[in-house]
Design a protein around this ligand. Structure first.
Ligand code: NOJ
Ligand code: CA
Length: 549
C-alpha cells in the first residue's frame, strides 16, 4: 500500500499553521543528534517592517509555518551589526543586533515564541574575522601600537605582501592599511582575520557565547571553524591555492586547520556544557574527512556540517561515497553526521541536479534521502519549496565573490533571493507589497509560493511536511543506524532503529527500476510508483521509504 500525501485543505485566510501544535515528543538522546534544523537566511526570509529586507519581526510572524512544517530548530545567518561586505559575515558588534533586523529584545522574543512552538533557535557566530569597521580594527588602524593591533595580523610596510596566501574570494589575502602596513584577510578585505594567539580574543568570544546563551538560544553554528589560528611563522603555503571539491588540503597547510584551534572548541564546549541542551555545529571545509571529524570529538564541537552530499553530482557512486565516508568518519569519533543538501553558499539543488522538471524530481528524491539518514539534517529555507537558483542580473548582485573575481564567478546571490510567500505582487515577502526586495525576485516565483503549495497536495512543501511527520514517527529514520549500497543506478540506505528497518531507495537512473520488497511503502517522492505484493516499480529520479515487515 502506498501512503498518500495529505492535503492540508486550507483557505488562504486560514493558513494551516494557525492551528495549535503539540510539543515535540521527548527524546531519549540529545535533541541535536537527530534534529532537523531549518536554515533561515534572515535577510531573505520575511520582511516585517516593509523596507525590503528580511528581519526578526518577519521571522517571528512566520514561526508557526516552521512549526507546521515540523522542523525542530532554526539556525539564523548572522544578525549582528555588520559592514555589509559579506552578507553579515563581517561583524561590527558581536553582542548586538543590526538595526536592519531589530534589536536584542527581538531575539529574546523570537526565542520565547519559538520555544512555545517547540522550536529551538541557533545563532551564527563568526570567530575567524571581524568587520574592518569593528572598533578593535578601527583602533588598530589609528594606532599601530595600541593593544587592539595585536588582535589582528599586521605586517610592516614592504614592497611585497608577507607571504603567498590567497583570499578565498579571489586575489591576495593581504591588503594595505592607509599608512602602508599589510593586514591579513582570508576572505574580503573588509574582513580582517583575528589573531587568536592574543588571549583577549578568546576571552571576548566566550563573553559573546554567554551573552546569547543567557538569552535562551540553543547554540551556535560556528563559521570557518577550521580557521582562527594560522601558522605561527606565517610561512608560505606549499601549493597553489586550488581547493579540491571537498575543501582545503595540504596545499593550504599554513592557513587552515592548525592544531591549536582544537583547544578553542574544548573551551567553547565547556561553556556550552554550563547551559543544558545547547550545541555547537561547525563549518569545517577540509578535504580530509577524518580531519573534519576530529572537530567533533566528544569534548569539542557537538557536530560539524557534512558538505559531501551538497557537493555530489546526481550519481549513485558519488552519493554512496558521500554517505558511507561521512558515516564512517564521524562514527569513529562518536559524533552524528550533520547532513546538508543546500545552503546560502551553493547553487540551489534543483538547479545543481539538472534544473526544470528533472532537477525538481531529483531534489524531491534527495529530500527523502536526506531525511532518512541517521544524524541531523539541515534544510535551507526555500528548498522545501523546490526553489531553483534565481537569475540575478549583474547590476543587482551583492556578493563579494562576484566583484573580487572580476565577474568570472557568478557569486552566491542566486541562492539568497527572498522567499515567495504569496502568489501576489511582491510574493508576500514584505508587509508592504510595493516594497523593493533587497534582491530581485523572479516574476515566475509566484508559482512556488507557500500559499499556493499549501493548497496542492502533491507539492514539494507537502512532501517535506509529510516526510518530517513520518520521520518523527519512525526511530529508524534519523535516529537509527544505516548502511548504504548501490545496484546499478539504484541507491539504497537501510536504516534500522527502534527494532524496525526502513529502506530509502532512490532510482538515479533513466529507466524504471524494480525493487524487491515485501514491505510497506511509507512515502514516495513523486508520482508513478507502483507497488505489488513483492516489488516496487520506481520511476527515474524517484525515492521511496519502505518499512520492512
Ligand atoms: C562561510 C559562510 O557560510 C560564508 O557565507 C561566508 O562568506 C564565509 N564563511 C566567511 O565568513
Ligand atoms: Ca525589514
Amino acid at each position: 500500500m502506498s501512503a498518500r500525501l495529505v492535503a492540508a485543505g486550507t483557505a488562504a485566510a486560514q493558513q494551516p499553521w494557525s492551528r495549535p501544535v503539540a510539543p515535540p515528543a521527548t527524546q531519549e538522546q540529545p535533541w541535536w543528534r537527530s534534529a532537523v534544523v531549518y536554515q533561515v537566511y534572515l535577510r531573505s526570509f520575511a520582511d516585517g517592517n516593509g523596507d525590503g529586507i528580511g528581519d526578526l519581526a518577519g521571522l517571528r510572524a512566520r514561526l508557526p509555518y516552521l512549526s507546521w512544517l515540523g522542523v525542530d530548530a532554526l539556525w539564523i545567518n548572522p544578525h549582528y551589526p555588520s559592514g555589509g561586505a559579506d552578507g553579515g559575515y563581517d561583524v561590527v558588534d558581536y553582542r548586538a543586533v543590526d538595526p536592519e533586523y531589530g534589536d536584542v529584545s527581538d531575539v529574546e522574543a523570537l526565542v520565547a515564541d519559538a520555544r512555545r512552538l517547540g522550536l529551538r533557535v541557533v545563532l551564527d557566530v563568526v570567530p575567524n574575522h571581524t568587520s574592518d569597521r569593528h572598533p578593535w580594527f578601527q583602533a588598530a588602524l589609528a594606532d599601530p601600537d595600541c593593544p587592539e593591533a595585536s588582535r589582528y595580523h599586521f605586517a610592516p610596510p614592504s614592497e611585497e605582501p608577507p607571504n603567498n596566501w590567497r583570499s578565498l574570494f579571489g586575489g591576495p589575502a593581504w591588503s594595505r592599511t592607509p599608512d602602508g602596513r599589510w593586514y591579513l584577510h582570508l576572505f574580503a578585505p573588509e574582513q580582517p582575520d583575528l589573531n587568536w594567539r592574543d588571549p583577549v580574543v578568546a576571552e571576548d568570544f566566550e563573553r559573546t557565547l554567554r551573552f546569547w546563551l543567557d538569552r535562551g538560544v540553543s547554540g551556535f553554528r560556528v563559521d570557518v571553524a577550521y580557521g582562527l589560528y594560522k601558522d605561527a611563522g606565517l610561512r608560505d603555503n606549499p601549493g597553489e591555492y586550488s581547493p579540491t571539491l571537498f575543501g582545503h588540503g595540504p596545499e593550504q597547510a599554513m592557513t587552515w586547520n592548525q592544531p591549536e584551534v582544537h583547544d578553542v572548541w574544548r573551551r567553547w564546549r565547556a561553556v556550552c556544557d554550563e547551559y543544558p541542551d545547547t550545541m555547537l555545529v561547525g563549518e569545517v571545509c577540509l578535504a580530509d574527512l577524518d580531519e573534519v571529524a576530529l572537530y567533533s570529538r566528544p569534548d569539542e564541537l557537538h557536530q560539524s556540517l557534512s558538505f559531501r552530499l551538497l557537493k555530489s553530482a546526481w550519481d549513485t557512486p558519488a552519493f554512496a561515497e558521500a554517505i558511507g565516508s561521512a558515516l564512517e568518519a564521524f562514527g569513529r569519533v562518536g559524533a552524528p553526521v550533520s547532513w546538508v543538501l543546500g545552503n546560502h553558499d551553493k547553487d540551489r539543488m534543483v538547479t545543481r541536479f539538472g534544473g526544470g522538471g528533472t532537477g525538481l524530481a531529483r531534489a524531491r528524491a534527495a529530500a527523502l534521502l536526506l531525511l532518512s539518514l541517521p544524524g541531523s539534517a539541515y534544510v535551507y529555507a526555500g528548498d522545501e519549496l523546490g526553489l531553483p537558483q534565481a537569475h540575478v542580473p549583474d547590476e543587482a548582485k551583492q556578493d563579494p565573490i562576484f566583484f573580487r573575481s572580476g565577474g568570472e564567478r557568478a557569486g552566491r546571490d542566486g541562492c539568497r533571493v527572498p522567499m515567495p510567500w504569496n502568489a501576489t505582487t511582491g510574493v508576500g515577502f514584505s508587509r508592504d507589497r510595493s516594497a523593493k526586495p533587497w534582491l530581485p525576485v523572479p516574476a515566475e516565483w509566484k508559482r512556488h509560493a507557500v500559499s499556493r503549495q499549501t493548497r496542492e497536495s502533491g507539492s514539494v512543501l507537502h512532501l517535506y511536511r509529510q516526510a518530517l511527520a513520518v520521520r518523527a514517527e519512525h526511530p529508524a529514520l534519523g535516529t537509527g543506524e544505516a548502511t548504504v549500497s548501490t545496484r546499478g543506478h539504484v541507491l539504497t540506505v537501510r536504516c534500522t532503529g527502534g527494532g524496525r528497518t526502513v529502506r530509502c531507495v532512490v532510482n538515479m537512473g533513466a529507466d524504471t527500476a524494480l525493487v524487491r520488497s515485501r514491505g510497506r511503502v511509507l512515502l514516495e517522492s513523486g508520482p508513478g510508483v507502483h507497488t505489488s505484493a513483492r516489488s516496487v516499480a520506481l520511476p527515474p529520479d524517484t525515492a521511496v521509504w519502505i518499512a520492512e515487515d
